[in-house]
Ligand binder design. Structure first.
Ligand code: SF4
Length: 376
């Protein structure tokens, strides 16, 4: 690759040698005027890992409750217990939301508010019943702050909480709630949430218990470019220790006049650059996701050409991002998602939640509607 640039050339050399980029190099990429150069390097990194393959899964989001004892400043989802539209799904209602899609989805993704009464016993029962009903669907659920909350109200350690949840059927932990892993930023946007270290500790404990997790970054609230790079560095340092992060999901804050009005909507270029820099900085986290529920289909299509290798997903129903202003299409068919991937020059590969089973999707293959049950 030929880029005549005194900042990018040494970075390319380091990447070719397999050297980790420094925080200063990450910051340089975030600020570099040659955006196309940065995006191209990230695309080459992604291609060296996976060729043209782009991974996706077939999933449904079911949010178990919007009642939350916290009030993060960016959150459009949470409600107080007495709000007219507050809800809390009991086990039967939760299962009945999955039921209509049980033949086609591989994963149910469930996060929610910090319910004041639901303890460890409640969630263990919920997951046990769900797994009994749908044994082949993976439950990916509960962000780090939810696990902290459940542990606290149940009087259990993080480790024991995760151990029991795993035993009850929890298969994987999503990465939500990382926001920016700098406590001074967290104090401004989500005071009362888990600290940066607690987020990392909870994921690290899950990894040591054999539970894979994802990690995220919510950017574009009040953080500086330096704090975004510090966030990435903290994640890769945690990954060095415990190794269980499978996918990193960067997404921008979607502002409106009532939540953090000082924040600015990230431009498409800024989103693409953040995805590219994430690919280059996170040398030890395998996958980078284009989260179409947040960034929309047009930017997601571009993102898989600038470092992202994963696109989430068919997402039959979703409310957190849509309440925050997302207009991404729900109930994307598999063929529609694959068309998006192919338009970007990618080869769509259906995967399971934990990246252990893969299936290339043929154009208009009738088998594409069947459950993922093929060999690795
Ligand atoms: S982001 Fe999560 S913890 Fe914060 S207010 Fe919303 S639901 Fe509650």
């Amino acid at each position: 690759m030929l880029i005549e640039d005194e900042i990018l050339n040494p970075i390319i050399s380091d990447l070719i040698k397999g050297q980790r980029l420094s925080i200063i190099q990450g910051l340089a990429l975030l600020k570099h005027p040659n955006l196309n150069g940065v995006l191209e390097i990230a695309n080459l990194d992604k291609k060296a890992r996976y060729g043209e393959n782009i991974f996706f899964n077939v999933n449904i989001h079911v949010n178990q409750s919007n009642i939350c004892v916290l009030a993060c400043k960016f959150c459009a989802f949470r409600r107080g217990k007495r709000a007219d539209d507050a809800y809390a799904l009991d086990t039967n209602s939760y299962i009945s939301q999955i039921e209509p899609f049980a033949e086609i989805v591989d994963e149910v993704h469930s996060v929610g508010g910090l319910h004041p009464e639901w303890n460890l016993g409640y969630y263990c029962n919920l997951f046990e019943q769900t797994k009994n009903r749908f044994p082949s669907i993976t439950i990916k659920a509960l962000t780090a702050v939810e696990i902290k909350h459940i542990a606290t109200i149940s009087g259990e350690s993080f480790k024991e909480t995760i151990r029991q949840l795993k035993q009850s059927g929890l298969g994987s932990i999503p990465g939500g709630g990382a926001e920016i892993l700098v406590d001074s930023v967290r104090d401004k946007i989500c005071k009362g949430k888990e600290s940066s270290q607690e987020y990392l500790d909870i994921h690290g404990i899950a990894h040591t218990l054999g539970m894979p997790t994802n990690c995220t970054m919510l950017f574009g609230t009040v953080e500086t470019p330096e704090e975004r790079i510090i966030h990435l560095d903290k994640l890769r340092c945690q990954q060095d220790k415990t190794g269980g992060f499978q996918c990193f999901v960067p997404y921008p804050f979607l502002p409106d006049s009532s939540r953090l009005p000082e924040a600015q909507l990230s431009s498409a270029n800024e989103i693409l650059r953040m995805i590219a820099v994430s690919r280059l900085m996170l040398d030890n986290i395998p996958h980078i996701k284009a989260y179409r529920m947040n960034i929309g289909d047009e930017i997601a299509e571009l993102a898989i050409s600038v470092g992202a290798d994963d696109i989430d997903g068919t997402v039959i129903q979703e409310s957190i991002m849509h309440l925050a202003g997302s207009t991404a299409q729900l109930d994307f068919g598999i063929d529609e998602l694959c068309r998006l991937v192919r338009r970007a020059g990618g080869v769509p590969i259906r995967r399971d939640t934990v990246y252990s089973k893969f299936k290339p999707i043929e154009i208009k293959s009738p088998s594409s509607v069947h459950r993922l049950n093929m060999a690795k």
